[in-house]
Design a protein. Sequence first.
Length: 315
Amino acid sequence: MQPRHLAFGAFGLVLALMSGCAGPNEEGDADQKPIVGVSIFPVADLVKTLVGDEVRVEVALPPGASPATFHVTPQQLRDLRDASVFFMIGGGLDEWLTALPEASEADARIVRLSDGIELLAEEEDLEEEAHDHGHGHSHGSGNPHIWLDPILVRDRILPRLVDGLTAAFPEDSDAIGSRASALADSLAALDGEIRAILAPLEQRAFIATHSAWTYFAARYDMEEAGVIHAHPGQEPSSRDLAALIEVARDHGIPCVFSEPQLGATAVRAISTDLSLPTFLLDPLGGPEEEGREGYFELLRYNANQLVRGLGGTGA
Ligand SMILES: [Zn+2]
């Protein structure tokens, strides 16, 4: 099928340009490709390495948005409906898409990557058992940030991606399988790189914007000692902030980690109160974010930022 796509690709583009406002069936060859939908960018980047060029991978969460505060557009619903398979994290992170009544007809093709993984408890789940804040980020079902541990990705997420993709594209199962074993090797190598980057760190405790780094910290002998936004999408209370300042003093925390998607106001308040510098950690990255434009780049970037913020120079 590759030669046909190559031959008609340019012709399709010309037609699309000539037709002005093309409908869904007139936009040229690119739109004939099967679609795989993924809720968040870093997982979509991994899926791209598994499927090759004949599949279009669509990311539901736009760059810069937080899963905690995001609202779905009609176009994203269409992508979900048209997808051969749709991968989401589950665990309360990204139900915004599938919770809509319009999404019900696509349900059969949805794969929740956290299914079967024992999710770590969120601090606030322990404190406030079964209290529903209604903003759809990580309450009651555990901490959903599993993609930030590359070994968890290799051992638990990758097999589910392979299952979902081979069910959608059975004729490509051999190619998907061999790309998956190459990806597993790359993830193991990434794990080694991250260990080497973090090795010189003596200060292993840190304060994050929200609890995105719990799995990463557990994997790499770090400690997410406190988070500024225990409830993403809500401003922390002055009581929360006072408790966090205690944590920072107790642990000798040398900096505060901000995030591109969340919590700028509260991060600034804490760093001013404590006279500490801020360094960025990014749980999501994006195609336009230099140095965070793929899964591997994103993980290396964050490991280096931890070293920079906590008392080293980073790579
Ligand atoms: Zn999050």
